[in-house]
Design a protein around this ligand. Structure first.
Ligand SMILES: [Zn+2]
Ligand SMILES: [Zn+2]
Length: 345
């Protein structure tokens, strides 16, 4: 089969198309014919050698979608022809955390596609079924591939972690990225009022189209007073913090008493100053949100197939162009999501 193999960590040119044997599925695994695989910034970080669990040679890609063409032994519930999309990571399904539904915290099996597991930059891939969601009929492959990392993350963050309720006001920072646009749409589906924060005037239109009730363009990162103004001085019930350290202080100042802050991104890997007094007197909840569970991916795929959440704009390119795709992503030449399409043998 054709696969893009990384033999040495480094720049985009190290991603090369090769011919390698088709892997065969073991216990609890299926063989997927990959129809599409999203190119995520996580893959760029991985390619540079900054993810310690990846060893070369490696086949990257954790946003794959495809059809089952072979089923390993002891793999109940899956058959040839089933349509599937990958989660970012696995979970054991049996430990106390998994039994409590906290699969994204499982330590017993935390393997990632494209790291310890072969990824989707290939014509075929073996996937443990614990790491797969089901793609509804009619949902295009390129869209299905990118749902987990965008809408799946939004489902986990807004519903599971932030427990968003109809009628609440939700602040979303970094709202114009993939997770942000999905979060805006999901919050509207769930009946909330959305205040979106973005850094650029050019992104306002896309946020309005996604359903944001209010859009605040804030370059100087001083949006809290504006949020207060637009909430009659109350502040917001829920904040989805996608930017992280750079906006965290303003987000905290924009919270209503009893508010929940779900932190899902920290783009600059920075630290923050936190006044515990503010957390105390307002009884704020600060919640982390990480990855996506299988139920959440299934829900995200359903929402997408039903047309309730529009997938992040996709451009499809041949698998052979993976190197070029990484180069473009790193150089910010990509608006939306690039998706690789392997040749269909
Ligand atoms: Zn991703
Ligand atoms: Zn577990």
């Amino acid at each position: 089969m054709e696969a893009v193999v990384l033999r040495q960590f480094g720049d985009a040119g190290n991603l090369r198309l090769e011919n390698v044997p088709v892997p065969s599925p073991g216990r609890g695994e299926v063989l997927l014919r990959v129809h599409a695989c999203g190119v995520c910034y996580h893959d760029v970080i991985n390619r540079r050698g900054n993810l310690p669990r990846t060893h070369v040679p490696a086949i990257l890609g954790h946003e794959a979608a495809g059809e089952v063409v072979d089923v390993g032994p002891d793999t109940p519930g899956w058959k040839v022809g089933d349509r599937a999309a990958t989660l970012q990571r696995l979970s054991c399904g049996e430990c106390a955390l998994c039994r409590a539904g906290r699969n994204s915290l499982c330590k017993r099996d935390n393997r990632f596609f494209g790291e310890e597991l072969q990824g989707g930059y290939a014509q075929f891939m073996v996937a443990p079924v614990a790491g797969l969601g089901r793609v509804p009929e009619g949902l295009p492959w390129a869209e299905a591939a990118t749902v987990c990392c965008t809408t799946g993350t939004a489902v986990h963050t807004l519903r599971t972690r932030a427990r968003i309720q109809a009628g609440e006001t939700v602040l979303i920072t970094g709202a114009s990225g993939g997770v942000g646009l999905s979060s805006v749409q999901l919050a509207k589906v769930d009946g909330a009022r959305v205040i979106a924060i973005t850094s650029g005037e050019a992104k306002v239109q896309a946020l309005r189209e996604a359903g944001a009730d209010e859009v605040i363009v804030s370059r100087g990162l001083d949006f809290a007073s504006e949020v207060r103004k637009r909430t009659q001085g109350n502040g917001v019930d829920v904040a989805i913090e996608i930017v992280g350290s750079a906006t965290f202080d303003q987000t905290m100042k924009a919270m209503a008493p009893g508010g929940r802050v779900a932190v899902v991104g920290n783009l600059e890997s920075g630290v923050v100053n936190l006044n515990p007094g503010l957390v105390i007197v307002k009884e704020l909840e600060i919640l982390g949100a990480y990855a996506t569970t299988r139920d959440e991916l299934d829900e995200a795929l359903r929402l997408t197939a039903a047309g309730k959440i529009r997938p992040f704009v996709s451009e499809t390119v041949p698998l052979a162009d993976a190197s070029r795709a990484h180069f473009r992503l790193e150089n910010r030449e990509v608006a939306g999501r690039l998706v690789l399409v392997p040749p269909q043998a």
